[in-house]
Structures are given as structure tokens and as C-alpha cells.
Design a protein around this ligand. Sequence first.
Ligand SMILES: Nc1ncnc2c1ncn2[C@@H]1O[C@H](COP(=O)(O)OP(=O)(O)OP(=O)(O)O)[C@@H](O)[C@H]1O
Ligand SMILES: [Mg+2]
Length: 248
Amino acid sequence: MTDSKEILLEVQQLQKSFGDRIVLNGIDLQVGKGEVIVILGPSGCGKSTFLRCLNGLESVQGGVIQYRGQNLAEGNVDWPEVRQHIGMVFQNYDLFPHMTVIDNILLGPLQVQKRDKNEALQQAEQLLDRVGLLDRKDAYPRQLSGGQKQRIAIVRALCMNPDIILFDEVTASLDPEMVREVLDVILGLANQGMTMIIVTHEMGFAKSVGDRIVFIDQGKICEIATAQQFFTAPATERAQHFLDIFQY
Ligand SMILES: Nc1ncnc2c1ncn2[C@@H]1O[C@H](COP(=O)(O)OP(=O)(O)OP(=O)(O)O)[C@@H](O)[C@H]1O
Ligand SMILES: [Mg+2]
């Protein structure tokens, strides 16, 4: 990210606790337009919680989440409105089982964004075509493979025309042969300049997609570096140890 780039999202000293347990302890992060940030860190370090805070799925106890001139860490946030701009894709797709692929995708654009049906349908079909699934638009989720469901979940997020998409281990539930097809969709989005924050345990993917790597340990950012720096010469022992575990 260069200094001249517009900052889309700025997190300052974010604090999150569950009861007495402090889970995020002063996270600072700026996300530039078009930037791809990959968050790495050991299990339980707070990666999912961090993304969930950015999407209003967890309350926060302190700090600032500056987005479009408002502080999302304060009360009175219109989260349904914000989620139109900050999309999220989860590990388990959470498509509605009783709705077809196309109806799942169009739900947000039509019900929340009140868009014109033909216009939204056209965009949905273009996006489905891009991920190679246009011929499955009338299928139900149960008729799709895990990799296909996850690509649909990504299309559903994209069809809202978000500014930022958050990805939380979106390949973690997939069989190995389906991981690649989903990662390739995300790589394609990165190449098109989509701003993304990605939590993953796929180190090769992290290295190829990430502009910056944010390494979190025990609720704190230990290290922020370019992907190149992080994977060749991490600055901290903890990050080195983490990479050793992945034999990376
Ligand atoms: N709803 C909750 N109530 C209480 N504690 C929680 C809750 N959600 C998460 N935690 C705790 O917060 C900490 C961070 O959890 P989080 O899910 O963010 O970790 P993570 O980095 O995403 O881990 P993983 O790599 O295993 O997905 C963990 O200690 C977890 O037990
Ligand atoms: Mg997690």
C-alpha cells in the first residue's frame, strides 16, 4: 500500500473481551483501497473475532473502527446498511437450503438494496459465469459440492457490490481437490482490485494473494509485513515458529 492510496477502513486500539477473557487487545490496522490483507496466527488468537467485529457480529469494548466517516465501534450503527459495503464469507457458506442458487444470490440485492430485478439478475448471472457456475443457477445448495457452494457464497457477497470483503477460512471445510477452485476465484478478485481481508491457513495462497500479512498472536498484532518479507524473513520468533509448524 502506498501513502497516496485512499484508506477505506481504519482500526485503532480495538479491544474485545468475552467476559473476563481479553481476545483482542489493542489492534491497529489501516486497510487501503484495493489492498489484500491476509491475517495469520495460531488457533484461538482472535482472527475470526476480529473479522466478526468488523461486520458487527460481535460487540467491541473499546477502540475505533473508522469507516465511511463513522465509528463502527460505537453504538447506533446501522449494521444491515454497513454490511452492504463490508461483505463477509464464512467457512460454512450458510446458503439458505430451501432457496435456489439464484434466489440465494438475489436475496440481498432485491430485499435489502431494493434493486431492479432485471439489473440484479444480469449482474448475478455475470458473476455466476465468472466462477463457472451459471449452469447451476437453479440448483439447490444440497445439489452442489462444497467448492461450488463456497463459490456461490462468494458470488452472493459480490452481488452486493461491497467495498470490502472479509473471508474467514473459506476453504477450511473443503476437500483438498475443491480448495484450489475457491482460492482461484479469490485470486481473480485480488487481480481485479477488490479490497479484501482474508483469514486463511493456506500459506502458499497467503503468500501469493497478500499485499500485507498481519500476524496475530494472543489478541495482538505481532508483526505486519509484506508477504515477501514475512515469508522469507519474519521479524519475530513467534512468526518464525508459526511458519515452521506449517513447514513453510
Ligand atoms: N462467543 C464466544 N464466547 C466466548 N469466547 C469466545 C467466543 N468466540 C471466541 N471466543 C474465544 O476467543 C478466542 C479467539 O477466538 P477466535 O475464534 O477469534 O480464534 P481464531 O484465531 O479464529 O482461531 P481458529 O484459527 O481456530 O479459527 C478464543 O480463545 C475463543 O475461545
Ligand atoms: Mg477462526
